[in-house]
Each structure stands twice: as C-alpha cells, then as structure tokens.
Design a protein around this ligand. Structure first.
Ligand code: BEZ
Length: 244
C-alpha cells in the first residue's frame, strides 16, 4: 500500500476564498501576509527548488518583467521549500553567472519566502504528493487588493511557466473587475470584451435589436463591446488599484 504523506488531505484555497494568512522570512525581510500587501494585487508563485534549471529560467524571466508588474499595481512573491540562505546564494549565483535569452546580470528584487517546514506551501496546496512528495509544484496565485484569491494556475515540475501569460491574466483580471465584463479566449487589451448575458427573454431580444451602448451580438448570449486599448491600459496600469 502507498505510504500516506503528511501533506495529504490539506484543503486547498479556491477562487473567491481569502488567501491563507502566514508570516515568513524572505529575501526582502519578514512578511506578514496578506497585511503587508493590502491594497495591491499579488502574484504569489512557488517553484520546486533553488539551483534547478527550469526554476532559474523562470526567475530570470519574471525578474526582467518586475517593473511591468509593479506598473500594473502588482507585487511578486516567490516561494520554495528551501532555506533563506539557499535563496540568497541562488539569487546571487543567478546575477553573477547566468545568461538566459539575453537576460543577464539580473537582480531578483522580489521577495522569495523561506518555507523549510512547507507550512506555507501546504496552506496553498503547492505540495502535490503524487507529483513530488516534498517539493512545491509550479503554482501561481493571483490575489486581489482585499486579499481574495482571484485566479490560480498549477504547472508540473517539468514545464516552465509562460510569464507573459501570467502578466496577461493579471491585466485580464483587472479589466474584468474594473469594467464588470468578461474577457474572451486569447483576449488582450484592445480586443473586444464580453458583456454579461441577458437574464430575461425580453432583454435578450432588446440586446439583439437595439445594440445598446455599441454592443455587438453574435448571438443573444454572446454580446461584445469594444474598449480602446489606451483606455484599458490607463485603467489597469494605475498605481491606485480598485478594491477587489
Ligand atoms: C527545474 O527547475 O529544472 C526542475 C526542478 C524540479 C524538478 C524538475 C525540474
């Protein structure tokens, strides 16, 4: 019979839940979460281990985009089941020695959490024992300014994440909340957004016939409207996030 891991049966946060609280040491000092980050969007992401190749490329790519995330009102926080001194040594090693896709001499300025006991990783369902018994999978949590989980992604150990997709998801979330719309497949700023479906028979007909507020309906249940790219960007890139 397969041995039961102490990591099993841990409830995982769900979209809409308050993000689990924790205090931890990090490469930028102590963190009290979510208090220290209230009013900001946060992308909290885990990686399996320091000094591993895929994680190194992910960190370099994300660090190269940190200013973009900051401009979008979003703080980055990394985490693995490693010690603070391991994190520091790895980040120094990356800066001094590694070049990846034109990125080199890079300072990783976002905090990386020490989680040797895996307490934080377990709270966030980052330890998935059938993938690895003790290392965190590649998880990404998008947490809104009021501390609620707004999106989650989980990748296995052997597939590096697309950092542009993480950024795109952040912008899509901020757009969806700011304009009370939804974003369709492959949406990017400047593409049409989806408005909520009509909830009465009469409203459905009105949508199709009257095209209110420039709405274009492909069918009564699939109505879209245009928001200019510049308007979306000026809304979502402000430094004062709306309260979600
Ligand atoms: C990596 O980052 O390269 C890696 C880490 C753990 C397992 C497999 C790959």
């Amino acid at each position: 019979m397969e041995e039961k891991s102490k990591y099993e049966f841990q409830p995982m946060p769900r979209i809409g839940d308050y993000a689990p609280e924790f205090t931890a040491r990090s490469t930028s000092g102590n963190i009290v979460f979510p208090e220290d980050f209230r009013g900001h969007w946060v992308v909290l992401f885990s990686h399996p281990a320091d000094f591993t190749p895929v994680c190194t490329t992910e960190f370099m790519m994300l660090a190269s985009m940190q200013d973009k995330f900051e401009e979008a009102g979003c703080k980055l926080i990394g985490l693995s089941v490693d010690s603070l001194f391991s994190h520091i040594a790895w980040l120094r090693n990356i800066k001094e020695k590694i070049e990846f896709e034109g990125i080199e001499d890079i300072d990783i300025r976002f905090p990386v959490i020490e989680d040797i006991s895996a307490e934080v990783a377990r709270k966030y369902g980052m330890i998935q024992p059938n993938e690895h018994k003790t290392e965190a999978v590649r998880a990404v949590f998008f947490i809104g300014p009021k501390g609620k989980v707004r999106a989650m992604m989980y990748y296995p150990l052997n597939v590096g994440r697309n950092m542009e997709e993480i950024y795109r998801t952040l912008i899509a979330l901020k757009t969806a909340f700011a304009y009370k719309v939804s974003t369709p497949a492959n949406w990017e700023p400047g593409k049409d957004v989806v408005i909520s479906p009509a909830s009465t028979y009469e409203a459905a007909q009105h949508r199709v016939d009257a095209k209110p507020n420039g709405t274009v309906c492909k069918e009564w249940f699939l109505c879209m409207k245009h928001i200019d790219k510049e308007e979306v960007l000026s809304t979502v890139l402000d430094k004062f996030p709306k309260a979600f």
